[in-house]
Write a new protein. Sequence first.
Length: 376
Amino acid sequence: MLKYYQEIINNLKQDSHFRDIKNFNRKDAKYIYFQDKRLINLSSNNYLGFADNIEITKEFLEYAKDQYSFGSASARLLTGTLPAYSELEKLISNIFKKENTLLFNSGYHANVGINSCIASRGDVIFSDKLNHASIIDGMKLSDGKFFRYPHNNMEALEKLLIRERKNFNNAVIVSESVFSMDGDIADIEKLVELKEKYNCLLILDEAHAFGVFGQIGLGVTETLGLTDKIDLIIGTFGKAIGSTGAFVTGNKILIDYLTNKARSFIFSTALAPINIAFSKWIIENKLPYTFEKRMNMLKIGQKAGSQSHIIPLIIGTNKDTVDTCEILFHNGYFTLPIRPPTVPEGTSRIRISLTTDINEKELFDAISLVKQKQQQ
Ligand SMILES: Cc1ncc(COP(=O)(O)O)c(C=O)c1O
């Protein structure tokens, strides 16, 4: 039987598709240390530099002292809810001006849990074609039906709504705000218009925007002044916040429903209290001082042709993408090839993600190396 799996692995290797786990020596601000090299890390979601930061870790541990343990030993609905959890939930509700919030162990848990239960038999979900794997996995587990509309194509979504909305009871539209692999931004104003016109719930995953966009860092909806129009906003702590975990915030009825129905919330041990406390501490004590740096990072991303701090350099084949990463590696940059199924077939790419520590010259030097390789 193992032969079957070995063959699949062989095929993956042949297509430059095989993934392996890299063991890094350490990470420090914008640098990552790998195979005796110090490289500029262009593949990090540590957008604000809060993760792997010795000074911040020391400062937090000094504050935390022995207040928080390293294990919750229980799911939240059993004996896993200490004050740190409800304090973080309250903080998120307050900053978003929402009624209630529910923490999840990761963005993956949140999207799987929410999208698997938000639609039941007779209901429908309309999902952007490029939504994250966790949203797709959640929908696949759902008893409802789902349709995937062409990426960010509001005309196509409306046509689908006209054709299908009447055939279902409840309807949900789900989108990312900043798309994780393309760095472009959903047309949130139009999504709000459509959700109102066709009586749908709107779920927005701000995983890559929370902590980056907006005056206080709530995400793209804050920039647009539309936070109150979104039924459920999802954010993660594992990216800009430099911690781990995720949240969904919205009205009390929906959060009560998710607390009772989202299986990835119900049936998993809660994150460690120390983690929860770290997320809260970062949001309260560090995030408020990042506005200028965040705006500068976004400006650099825009100069490189993106709408955000995520810059996709689309190469095409897996092999060319892997080879280009290799060239960048030998020139002092760490990047990762992004290949199907993470992105559509034929659009393998290098996904550059900026952090506030990376300057314009470093970015554009890397981009010209990629361009040189493409011209060969
Ligand atoms: C849009 C989006 N949502 C959710 C997730 C999952 O978040 P987490 O890494 O916290 O599981 C990701 C991860 O990359 C993402 O890009």
